[in-house]
Write a protein that binds this ligand. Sequence first.
Ligand code: F6P
Length: 323
Amino acid sequence: MKSIGVFTSGGDAPGMNAAIRAVVRSSLFLGLDVYGIKYGYNGMIDGDIYKMKSYSVSNIVQRGGTILKSARSKEFMTKEGRAKAYEQLKKRGIEGLIAIGGDGTFTGANIFYEEHGIPVIGAPGTIDNDLYGSDYTIGFDTAVNTALDAIDKIRDTAASHDRVFFVEVMGRHSGYIAIHCGIGGGSELIMVPETSTTIKDVIETLKKGRDKDKTSSIIVVAEGDEQGNAQEIAGKVGQELPALDIRVSNLGHIQRGGSPTSFDRILASRLGLAAVEGLINGEKNVMVGIVNDKITYTSLKLAISKSKPINEDLMRLTEILNT
Ligand code: F6P
């Protein structure tokens, strides 16, 4: 293999730039040409592709977002779109790909490999931390710390005004961010899609808190919770407990931005190098990950089809610490 391409796709995540840098510098170190593909699969289809040099990734390790830009491509979901993308790669002699993204990105990569046989290695880049085959994904740690900082600030107002706050964090299908910032932020309850928490449970938790003379509470809600979003849940609780002063805060996309933590930069750098080495060593159609601090390669099929279970110990911990 002489020439590879790298791209970011799906929702951006802090640390993607550190991963791009690691891919580019490792490729050059190992004697490969490396092409940057802009706007994910859209850029692959349109030929928005350029040769990268060492200086192309200078001064980006600390930057959030992605210098290669990102997109969710509708055209790549079609056979014709994928055929166009393949022609663009072939024209430039690109023989392998490194896809930095989440499950949508890897679903596309998997089909592309099956249709056109181009070896693809996925590097897990998503704040959701929901990919089977890696203990952590690039961006998760930064997103948790951003959410935590916001919760600490919200707590000041909650305490000053004796209020109940429902704080919504990202995670359409996954409660990892909610669980980690909920525990770190000392929340009374964490509501995630992976476990069922009823409105009755919420009301009981709040009543118990009041019985123990708690004057304020923070409930962290993952956006994909089965009871609805934080606004809807707060509305239902407010109807049952009208005496409470309830507020809702949706943290939204601030969780996706900002300078990556050292944890995310190191994770991204390790995964970037391991992705390049994987391609050189003949790995194909796999996601590189870190499990128990060791580099692993998991088939893309498994990474996208198996769900990563949440840590039940952490849910128990929240309950105990809320005594
Ligand atoms: O997958 C990352 C993520 O931030 C999810 O947590 C969230 O549900 C989704 O992306 C939001 O996507 P968009 O930026 O397209 O609104």
